[in-house]
Design a protein around this ligand. Structure first.
Ligand SMILES: *Cc1c(COP(=O)(O)O)cnc(C)c1O
Length: 369
């Protein structure tokens, strides 16, 4: 059997480059609490992302959770169930109620046609997700949010490094939250960030990630501990140097997949959004069993048998989690349900060999009965 291929493989600098980056820490003994690496990464990210305000966190989840807390929200947050557990959990852990909007069958992001009817007098915010790096219908979301005076917080964890109409993806909404987890297109081992418009939100975020400590003798919020440490920031600095090369390699992988799978009946590939500079973070395929001739489960098993890891991502939907004890009605999001039962994300990382992509596609196509 050929070597195992996992669904993703973390980008890393050479050991020498990382050692060089962390060397100064042996002089300073400054390991965490917004040290020089943290500051430098923050500045470089502002530059790279084309945003004015950013704060760094220990992970993407705490970035989302503390952003909601910093906004002091109450009531209902409209979101989608076709996402990672984190999005919904951040809402619930803040004592807010998630209200699930269905997704668009092409972009897999919030279906804005269905958004307005979900707004009640208890709605305080909208939390859409830029799924697989597909950018939400930003204009329509902003229009509706403005009309009803709602906050918009994007779960932008899949879109690091992207631009929309030439602007950094972190410049939309009141805030956008990013993840720098090892499995993401850009990683700082674990890490996260929030980009935001209002500078006063930044002050609250800064406090909340450090226990709500306002000054040496004052704690004015019930914060958490969500500071990015210096080793993670150093990894981020190294990986950022190579990010454009990594994305270019991912693009080659995506193009190779497309050369085999585009136009195959019963397969829905991710759309290419003309005004988006993509980061090629994921390669999702939706399998329509009756047309394609094999189910998602059959393809998943056939790949697994050859040591190839695809992922049922996102499955199950967050509104079906047993953690919520049947509180939400999955039939209210039929498109999300349909897609979640049929989608697989295929292996995708910068160093995935194109010959392996050929092999994966051959295997997928050979599943047809
Ligand atoms: C990865 C991810 C998160 C959480 O990020 P972590 O850094 O793992 O905490 C949240 N939302 C989405 C959509 C993600 O993909």
């Amino acid at each position: 059997m050929a070597d195992t291929i996992l669904v993703t493989r973390s980008s890393m600098p050479t050991l020498e480059e990382y050692m060089d980056e962390i060397k100064t820490m042996w002089d300073s003994h400054w390991l965490t609490n917004m040290g020089p690496k943290h500051k430098q990464l923050q500045a470089e990210l502002c530059d790279y992302m084309g945003v004015e305000n950013i704060d760094l966190f220990t992970n993407g989840h705490m970035a989302i959770e503390l952003t909601l807390q910093a906004m002091n929200l109450q009531g209902e947050v409209i979101t989608t169930p076709f996402t990672f557990a984190s999005t919904t959990h951040a809402i619930v852990r803040n004592g807010l109620e998630p209200v699930f909007c269905d997704i668009d069958p092409v972009t897999f992001t919030m279906d804005v046609e269905k958004l307005e009817s979900l707004i009640t007098d208890r709605t305080c915010a909208i939390m859409p997700v830029h799924v697989y790096g597909n950018v939400c219908n930003i204009e329509e979301i902003e229009r509706i949010a403005h009309k009803y005076e709602l906050k918009v917080i994007y779960d932008a964890c899949h879109t690091f490094g992207e631009t929309y109409k030439g602007e950094g993806i972190g410049s939309f909404g009141d805030a956008s939250c990013f993840s720098f987890h090892a499995t993401k297109a850009f990683n700082s081992i674990e890490g996260g960030a929030v980009t935001f418009k209002d500078k006063s939100l930044g002050m609250k975020l800064y406090e909340l990630k450090n226990f709500g400590i306002h000054g040496p003798e004052e704690v004015d919020a019930v914060g958490a501990n969500a500071k990015m440490n210096e080793f993670c920031a150093a990894m981020g600095l190294c990986n950022l140097r190579h990010l454009e090369t990594e994305i270019a390699k991912r693009q080659k992988v995506a193009e190779r997949y497309r050369s085999h799978l585009e136009g195959v009946e019963g397969l829905q590939l991710n759309i290419v959004q003309p005004e988006v500079k993509s980061n090629y973070a994921y390669f999702p395929v939706v399998f329509e069993e009756k047309v394609f001739g094999a189910s998602r489960a059959e393809v998943f098993d056939a790949l697994a048998e050859q040591g190839i890891g695809a992922r049922k991502y996102f499955y199950p939907l967050t509104n079906t989690f047993s953690a919520f004890h049947g509180k939400y009605n999955v039939m209210e999001t039929p498109v999300a349900l349909h897609v979640s039962k049929r989608v697989l994300t295929l292996p995708m990382y910068a160093d995935l060999a194109l010959e392996d992509v050929d092999r994966i596609c051959e295997l997928i196509l050979s599943c047809r009965k």
